[in-house]
Design a protein around this ligand. Structure first.
Ligand SMILES: O=C(O)c1ccccc1NCC(=O)[C@H](O)[C@H](O)COP(=O)(O)O
Length: 268
């Protein structure tokens, strides 16, 4: 990982690396590579974002490092169906168990229940996980610039494309954005969450999106709570939004999603 001040990513990196090392020992990458050949084709994540004026990637996320447990009724399929019925463009599925209460199995069961493209939200440190994502039923993966060296980012982006997956390349600041653009990222996620304080600030997306060429898709990530937030981001030309906590903590998930899409006025 690149040299910088310690953040939550350092803890996640150590834990993830230990998991991946164990997995690689039990299933060598060459075996996994052979298995991928029989995987069904991917749903088009990028097109799903591009075709709407306001595209929400709705996240299935039961726990977070910043807020702890978000929801106790753990029914990922019910939540995904609710997202699809109420206008989501894609679904983000947390598969990290240790920090986010996710499961890899969720990708498989959600894929069988809905027709939307699925983003595997995890911490990718090794090509093994990219092949694994394809096997698990993901249509797109998250590549976090802060967790990857320059050559890794390029290599992983290339492999992602070769396997038919899309990549959401996540940045937190100007320097990471430049690295993402130089690596050829087509979908740039701008994360509004400060990794040291966990405070979210939509100005991060507003400011950094100005430096993204118009032929790339910008996804504003984290801390989006209202239709007004979305309108503010849309006025800066952003048209895709990754939303977890606001949906997962809502008493009526479907209603909250319709509100975020401007299809329903919030109850006062
Ligand atoms: O969600 C967290 O607390 C968190 C902490 C540290 C690293 C990453 C974290 N979240 C990952 C995400 O990118 C969010 O799940 C995603 O952008 C949705 O954010 P939100 O709508 O604020 O749940």
């Amino acid at each position: 990982m690149k040299n910088r001040m310690a953040t939550i990513f350092d803890q996640i990196f150590e834990s993830k690396k230990a998991d991946v090392d164990q997995l690689k020992a039990s299933l060598p990458i060459d075996e996994l590579r052979k298995m991928v050949k029989d995987a069904p084709s991917c749903r088009d994540f990028k097109a799903a974002l591009a075709e709407r004026e306001c595209a929400v990637i709705a996240e299935v996320k039961f726990r977070s490092p910043s807020k702890g447990q978000l929801r106790t009724d753990l029914d990922p399929v019910f939540i995904a169906e609710c997202y699809e019925e109420n206008g989501a463009s894609a679904i983000s599925v947390l598969t990290d168990r240790n920090f986010f209460g996710g499961e890899k199995l969720y990708l498989n069961i959600i894929r069988r229940a809905v027709g939307l493209p699925l983003l595997r939200k995890d911490f990718i440190l090794d090509p093994w996980q990219i092949y694994e994502s394809r096997m698990l039923g993901a249509d797109a993966i998250l590549l976090i610039v802060a967790m990857l060296e320059e050559n890794q980012l390029k290599e992983y982006l290339e492999l992602t494309g070769t396997l038919g997956l899309a990549a959401l390349v996540e940045v937190h600041d100007r320097e990471e954005l430049e690295r993402a653009l130089a690596a050829g990222a087509e979908i740039i996620g701008i994360n509004n969450r400060n990794l040291k304080t966990f405070v979210t600030d939509l100005n991060t997306s507003l400011e950094l999106s100005e430096a993204v060429p118009r032929d790339r898709i910008v996804v504003a990530e984290s801390g989006i709570r209202t239709w007004e937030d979305i309108q503010r981001l849309m006025s800066a030309g952003i048209s895709a939004f990754l939303i977890g906590e606001t949906l997962m903590t809502a008493p009526d998930i479907g209603q909250k999603l319709r509100e975020l899409l401007g299809k329903e006025v919030p109850a006062s």
